[in-house]
Design a protein around this ligand. Structure first.
Ligand code: NPG
Length: 368
């Protein structure tokens, strides 16, 4: 049982509606899947990078280049995900590129060993509470209508995207319309500076679960300062790119909650390490999302089923983003989504659906 070739599949999918954040508007996804093909099994991984380097420095065409030029040549026919992570550590950064390859190798090996990713990672839940991320809307009325629609579907937690000028009053309107009991948090995607500390402190009256990534990715010290001036817990997303950064951020008091996104930290093995660290430090974690199709969504659900994931994640249903997902869709039931419990990540693309979405397939022979 050995890896024979690896396919890089590029594809395109439209979102059901535009998703606006403080850094831009996403209307579709430019997809890259890593497909490991062995003598009797296969494995899939999804790259979470967006088309443009607006959320982080990585972008999908850049990941394609890093994967094909640097990462795939490292792979040997018998290589495990763990061995790949070690080999790939010689390449700096490029976490999203590495994560896509790691996931495909993990899926391949776990399918072969007939064990689910959830079991392999140490999941303790069979379903996970599902939150939803609400993009910046043009008007407050539209925002209230959108939130109302998601609550009606059963989402247990609402995350509002915010930016300067579309923050305090938007949150106030949502609290007034839906009450104080609703689980509510905000995400700034680095749109503020430390000079906005007293402005952000105005969010304290709304009893939010957290403020996610208010300041730039590199400004860990700014987040320490901000944490002293704002009562609402600070959660880091973009800043947390590795286990070491997570440890440092916790140690210096830059955050009291962490959003773990496997794509952002180089994969599921690093995510598990960060999870374990946070459990040992009493730091709650939750699983973020990057508009993944079913491949990435399935693997995220496995991770989100670990015991330290005590806050609802952005692990929403396929229908939140796509009319037709590339896998069987993930559905919301009573506010929860089932964790795949078969082998590997538990899903594969539906061949016809993926073929119809695909723009390019490139095959790399693995040999040693
Ligand atoms: O539900 O998959 C999801 C997306 C959740 O808001 C979400 N993702 O900053 O966390 C984020 C944000 C994002 C959106 C990041 C688009 C990158 C691109």
């Amino acid at each position: 049982m050995t890896i024979q070739h690896i396919e890089i599949r590029r594809a395109h999918i439209n979102l059901v509606s535009p998703f606006r954040t403080s850094f831009g508007v996403e209307v579709d996804r430019d997809l890259l899947y890593v497909h490991v093909v062995g003598s009797d099994e296969e494995g899939w991984g999804e790259c979470v990078a967006m088309a443009a380097p607006l959320y982080s420095s990585e972008y999908v065409d850049g990941c394609d280049e890093v994967i094909t030029r640097y990462l795939l040549p490292m792979i040997t026919p018998t290589m495990t995900a763990q061995e790949f992570v070690l080999a790939a550590s010689s390449i700096r950064g490029n976490f999203m590129a590495k994560a896509a390859v790691e996931t495909a190798l993990l899926d391949y090996r776990l399918r072969r060993d007939k064990i689910s990713l959830a079991t392999f990672l140490g999941a303790t839940q069979t379903r996970v509470a599902s939150g939803v991320s609400v993009g910046i809307q043009s008007t407050t009325e539209e925002l209230l209508e959108t939130v109302s629609g998601y609550l009606a579907q059963g989402y247990v937690r609402i995350k509002l995207k915010i930016e300067p000028g579309l923050d305090i009053e938007r949150v106030r309107a949502v609290r007034e319309a839906f009450g104080d009991d609703m689980l509510l948090q905000v995400d700034a995607n680095s749109a503020y500076t430390i000079d906005d500390a007293s402005h952000l402190a105005k969010l304290d009256e709304f009893n939010l679960l957290l403020i996610e990534q208010p300041l730039p990715e590199e400004d860990l010290i700014g987040h320490v300062e901000l944490s002293k001036k704002v009562g609402t817990p600070i959660c880091l997303d973009e800043s947390i790119t590795t286990f070491d950064v997570a440890r440092g951020a916790i140690d210096i008091g830059a955050c009291s909650i962490i959003n773990i996104k496997p794509g952002r930290v180089g994969g599921y093995l690093e995510s598990k390490k960060i999870h374990d660290l946070c459990v040992s430090r009493g730091v709650p974690v939750w699983c973020g999302g990057m508009l993944e199709t079913g491949i990435g969504r399935a693997a995220n659900l496995a991770l989100a089923a670990l015991p330290g994931f005590t806050l609802p994640g952005d692990t929403s249903a396929s229908s939140r983003y796509f009319t037709q997902d590339v896998t069987e869709p993930f559905v919301l039931r009573d506010g929860y989504i089932d964790v795949p419990n078969t082998v590997g990540i538990g899903v594969r693309p539906i061949a016809d659906v993926l073929d119809a979405m695909s723009s390019k397939s490139t095959k790399f022979v693995v040999s040693r």
